[in-house]
Design a protein around this ligand. Structure first.
Ligand SMILES: Cc1ncc(COP(=O)(O)O)c(C=O)c1O
Length: 400
């Protein structure tokens, strides 16, 4: 019988007893697994070990609960959410199934993580579309300037879709999605948001953003495992998607031939008219069990409380880093902030050497595109900050 696990509490690592790092600050890259995640994975494997196919309904039912939890996380209905094999898979499905017309334009941002670019480029090639490039960094310098440029582009006509990450992986900037959504609505473009750098750390509200599509993966701020995620489709958008990526489970009653007797094996069953059309095959049972477990922890604490905790942690760190010659890319205002503090290393300092030295000292950070990124999460204790700074001082001293 499993003993009860510790309750999740802000600043408490009890659910991560084997984590080696003294300070783990790479949640924007890959999160460590909690005891709850490990237990869920073991339970699933044990169940399939004992029962094989008979275990399937149990975990299939659990996935229904997972969709409900994800709906609560992003302010959406469970039936508009498809579980996917990760962010890229969700974006690729959208890019291939969007009702494109030759010559349509897609707005992409330079500085985005390639997961939110490559599928749009492939769609452009396949369907004869134009990719229009804007600069995400403009929003770091001046939100209004960025929005103005976007509006001018939309006014130019022909833009069918704007693809943007809620939080930029390079700078940690939370994009002004309410305003971007408003512009898209006014100018008749769809809004597709990659939310992997936001969900779990920043309150997410797909209604407030007026988004049409949102994709996400489990292994960063949701603290699940790699290889799974979800896609939310606005219910009014689902009918127009062309189900080019449908699979055997995309059909209505598509699995009946496996449990309801002879004569049900058909290839012309209608395709589902909901986000479930994107769940076309058997999928990562382990990944979803892990995600359900980590999400329960997150939602026990609550994302607004997590966001506040992260800001308190990063406030202390940012100030001290700037004093040491780092340049912070963190937004000056709360609306532009996320769980990541991205910095440029002081002049004359090699960021790779700094990152390696910190790693050696047990401070795990990440280094997207040469920025040093500090990304704590709910288990990080505010008391860690002096230790992180001490390690930075040691690393900086080693330069000379
Ligand atoms: C903005 C963004 N999108 C997507 C990904 C990854 O996508 P996937 O879940 O497909 O691996 C990352 C990081 O790995 C990211 O930072």
């Amino acid at each position: 019988v499993n003993s009860p696990l510790p309750q999740p509490r802000l600043g408490d690592r009890s659910l991560f007893p084997s984590l080696e790092a003294h300070a783990y600050l790479a949640h924007a890259a890959i999160s460590p697994a909690s005891l709850a995640v490990r237990r869920a994975v073991t339970e699933l494997a044990n169940d399939y070990e004992r029962r094989g196919v008979r275990a399937f309904p149990t975990w299939n039912d659990q996935r229904a609960q997972l969709r409900t939890r994800l709906g609560q996380l992003i302010n959406a209905h469970a039936e508009d959410i498809a579980l996917t094999a990760g962010t890229t898979r969700g974006i690729s499905d959208l890019a291939l199934c969007f009702p494109w017309r030759r010559g349509d334009r897609i707005v992409c941002f330079r500085g985005e993580f390639p997961a939110n670019v490559t599928p749009w480029q492939r769609a452009a090639e396949l369907f004869g579309l134009d990719v229009v490039w804007l600069d995400a960094i403009r929003y770091v310098r001046d939100t209004e300037e960025g929005l103005h440029e976007l509006d001018q582009t939309l006014k130019g006509g022909g833009v069918r879709l704007v693809a943007v990450s809620a939080v930029q992986f390079q700078t940690g900037l939370f994009m002004p999605l309410r305003q971007i959504g408003e512009l898209c609505r006014t100018r008749g473009a769809a809004l597709a948001v990659d939310a992997i750098q936001a969900c779990g750390a920043v309150p997410v509200d797909v209604q407030a953003w007026q988004a049409d599509y949102v994709t996400c993966g489990a292994h960063k701020w949701l603290m699940g495992l790699e290889g799974c995620g979800f896609l939310w489709v606005h219910p009014e958008r689902v009918a127009e998607l062309q189900p080019h990526t449908a699979g055997w489970l995309s059909h209505e009653a598509g699995a009946d031939f496996l449990s309801k007797g002879r004569g049900l094996l058909k290839y012309d069953r209608p395709l589902k008219k909901s986000a479930a059309v994107f769940e076309g095959s058997t999928s990562s049972a382990i990944g979803y069990a892990a995600l359900a477990a980590s999400l329960e922890l997150l939602q026990t604490i609550g994302v607004p409380a997590i966001f506040a905790h992260l800001q308190a942690y990063l406030d202390g760190l940012e100030h001290a880093l700037v004093e040491r010659g780092f340049k912070s890319l963190r937004s000056a205002t709360a609306e532009g902030r996320s769980g990541s503090l991205c910095t440029e290393a002081p002049t004359g300092t090699s960021v790779t050497a700094l990152h390696a030295s910190l790693m050696q000292q047990g401070i795990v950070t990440s280094m997207p595109d040469g920025y040093l990124r500090f990304a704590p999460h709910w288990p990080n204790c505010l008391d860690e900050v002096p230790m992180v700074l001490e390690a930075i001082d040691t690393a900086l001293a080693a330069r000379s």
